[in-house]
Design a binder for this molecule. Structure first.
Ligand SMILES: Cc1ncc(COP(=O)(O)O)c(C=O)c1O
Length: 395
């Protein structure tokens, strides 16, 4: 493993060059270490590895050179001392919670979370005596008021899905730390190229690497990044015991994904900005939600804490479900799917897909109407995306 990299390098350089794994054969592009276990030269070496007296690989549930290369590179890009890779984004959230929380603890979370994270918190963590309550992402007074004596973890996803509302990470870190709690930020919408929550005071970053880190919709995986004790020792200790580990093959795909992440995110953002501006001009569109638009209520915060506005946008059409579905059904290029972070643009109707299982009342409270559509803008030519949407908007 080549050790040298400069933490002050920019995100593009770190993505290409940090923690380059170099095998015995000097491969320029990382080789994949596709093995479940490692052999030792003799019994003494085996004993030394198992006792920790000697560094080296033992078993791929907890140590593998390809997985380690991905972890080190992502840690460098996020500005964290340690990273633990996991089998999925949800495995990252679960591993973090089961490491830092115990029965009797409370999670204070933003309401605007990915549905499976809400499901995990409400229906599984509560079985083990962990309580959870939710506040509005943008309302700092509500976060402050929502703290309880046993609040141990604040959790936010920024920007949110689908309305791209932001959390003020530095302010939330301050609220958490004044209370003796920890802040975790799900950074999968922006990636370390556009936002580095640890540098703004967050204690943990969680990722679904399935999204932009892969970037082409191939593999499922995740990661937790943070300091050497809480992540490098504590989360790692949970992971090696419980076993929600990342496969070396997927780690290799993600390692390669990090090499192009910076250039892809810039292209995603440029397309999303162009599409948001174009949508704002369409008579059939009532409102566009995108932090890159000057009228977005948190445009200034986005400029302050992000290096780009991201590639997810939502818009409201004039009318209701019928008019929204007409836009979807008229597309020939955009993929009708709820996934995001792919080179291919995707379009979805949140009220009947990603948010279809929550009550109509909760949806209304969250601002997710029947006329709302979400696009995760991909890497196609902007004019082709516009033409694809124009058909359904002009009818
Ligand atoms: C914001 C966010 N966090 C976490 C996840 C879960 O990631 P995974 O599907 O890799 O488990 C997703 C998946 O869509 C997501 O959008």
């Amino acid at each position: 493993m080549k050790e040298f990299f400069d933490p002050d390098w920019g995100p593009a350089t770190l993505g290409v060059r940090a923690a380059e794994p170099r095998g015995e054969n000097g491969e320029h592009s990382a080789a994949i270490s596709l093995t479940s276990s490692y052999v030792f030269r003799n019994a003494a070496e085996a004993a030394a590895r198992f006792s920790g007296a000697q560094d080296g690989y033992i078993y791929s549930r907890f140590s593998n050179p390809t997985v380690e290369a991905f972890e080190r590179r992502l840690a460098a890009m996020e500005g964290g001392a340690s990273c633990v890779a996991t089998a999925s984004g949800m495995a990252a959230v679960l591993s973090l919670c089961l490491t830092v929380l115990k029965a009797g603890d409370h999670i204070l979370s933003s309401r605007g979370l990915f549905g499976s994270t809400i499901n995990l918190f409400n229906n599984y963590l509560t079985k083990f005596g962990i309580s959870v309550s939710y506040v509005d992402q943008t309302d700092l007074a509500a976060w402050e008021a929502g703290l309880r004596p046993n609040t141990r973890l604040l959790f936010a996803e920024t920007p949110t899905n689908p309305l791209v509302e932001l959390a003020d990470i530095a302010a939330l870190a301050d609220i958490a730390h004044r209370h003796g709690a920890l802040l975790a930020v799900d950074n999968c919408f922006l990636t370390p190229v556009l936002q580095q929550p640890l540098k703004l005071g967050a204690d943990f970053v969680v990722h679904s690497a399935t999204k932009y880190i892969d970037g082409q919709g191939r593999c499922v995986g995740g990661a937790i990044v943070g300091d050497a004790q809480r992540v490098g020792k504590d989360v790692f200790g949970f992971m090696r015991t419980a076993g929600p580990c990342l496969s070396p093959f997927n780690a290799w795909v993600f390692l390669k994904g990090l090499e192009t992440l910076s250039v892809r995110m810039k292209a995603h953002c440029a397309n999303a900005q162009g599409l948001a501006e174009w949508l704002s001009e369409q008579v059939a569109v009532r409102r566009v939600h995108y932090p890159g638009l000057r009228e977005h209520p948190q445009h200034a915060l986005a400029q302050r804490q992000q290096a780009g506005f991201g590639a997810v946008l939502a818009f409201e059409v004039e009318g209701g479900r019928e008019e929204a579905w007409r836009v979807i059904d008229a597309t020939r290029l955009l993929s009708i799917t709820a996934n995001l972070g792919d080179a291919r643009s995707t379009i979805t109707h949140p009220a009947t897909t990603t948010h279809g299982r929550i009550s109509a009342e909760a949806r209304a409270q969250a601002g997710i109407g029947e006329n709302l559509l979400r696009i995760a803008v991909g890497l196609e030519d902007l004019k082709d995306l516009q033409a694809d949407l124009a058909r359904g908007l002009s009818g």
